[in-house]
Ligand binder design. Structure first.
Ligand SMILES: Cc1ncc(C[n+]2csc(CCOP(=O)(O)OP(=O)(O)O)c2C)c(N)n1
Ligand SMILES: [Mg+2]
Length: 254
């Protein structure tokens, strides 16, 4: 990847954070933390990874503002909102918002593609680490492993925070990579889920087997507004008063 391309991707990330922030202000709601933690992953998927016949599902769709903004930039017509309802002609392949549902549905889609001899067409799904506290996640992996769904690509936004607290205080997910491996998944761990270079390298890892692949990206909840980073409060706090000023300052919004 050329430096100039990396610069373009970084510019896109800043632009998407700004647009997402302004949309939060306009709509009077802000799932800021989890939206900002997956910005670089989302851009890499949309700009580089997803191919024509691949499907994408955002399971953690409380963070759907930047996804809707990207889709609209690609010519789809979506209301910018959280908790998505299926609208395939506008790029929303699945209703999501209740945690732990996107991966089971993605698993079913990947299985259907396998049965139809379309295993070359991938199904990508972004899940949160909070969803790794849901039983449905692990049930899906049992099924994906049994049916050798190598077209299933699971992306974990590993920001280590859920709705009200850090995962380690609520329900720890120790040895997450080992856990996925124990469910017979290929695993790719990316230590910096905000570095385009690392994300692209991670996605480019190839495995010569029939197992599903899990990409675990270490991210920072609220990434991009230093004052808000790694603070559970910014999971879904409404932006008000001087916090609007702080956010705009960090994002360089005039
Ligand atoms: C089944 C279910 N339980 C609870 C909620 C309420 N809820 C919304 S987001 C969230 C947790 C957010 O943390 P995480 O899932 O890790 O997402 P991220 O950190 O990526 O924002 C919770 C408990 C929900 N949407 N669905
Ligand atoms: Mg989280």
């Amino acid at each position: 990847m050329k430096i100039s391309n990396l610069k373009t991707l970084k510019d896109k990330a800043l632009d998407l954070r700004r647009k997402t922030f302004l949309a939060f202000l306009e709509k009077g709601e802000a799932h800021l933390g989890g939206s900002f933690s997956m910005i670089e992953i989302l851009i890499t998927l949309f700009e580089i990874i997803l191919k024509k016949n691949d499907k994408f599902i955002l399971s953690k769709s409380h963070s759907s503002f930047p996804y809707c903004i990207l889709l609209n930039e690609k010519g789809f017509k979506n209301e910018i909102t959280t908790h998505l309802e299926i609208d395939e002609k506008n790029g929303i392949n699945c209703t999501t918002g209740s945690l732990g549902h996107g991966l089971p549905i993605a698993t079913g889609m990947a299985f259907a593609r396998k049965i139809k001899n379309e295993i070359k067409n991938n199904v990508y799904v972004i899940i949160s680490d909070g969803e790794c506290q849901e039983g449905t996640t692990w049930e899906s992996l049992l099924i994906a492993s049994k049916h050798k769904l190598k077209n299933l690509k699971i992306i974990v936004d590993y920001n280590k925070i859920q709705a009200l607290s850090k995962l380690k205080d609520a329900l720890p997910l120790e040895n997450l990579v080992k856990k996925f491996k124990a469910f017979n998944c290929n695993t790719v761990e990316v230590k910096n889920g905000h570095s385009f270079k690392s994300i692209i390298n991670g996605f480019n890892k190839k495995f010569e087997n029939d197992s599903p692949t899990v990409f675990i990206f270490h991210t920072i909840k609220g990434k991009g507004i230093k004052k808000f980073e790694n603070d559970p409060v910014w999971h879904a706090r409404k932006l008000e008063g001087k916090e609007i000023f702080i956010g705009k300052k960090y994002l360089g919004i005039k």
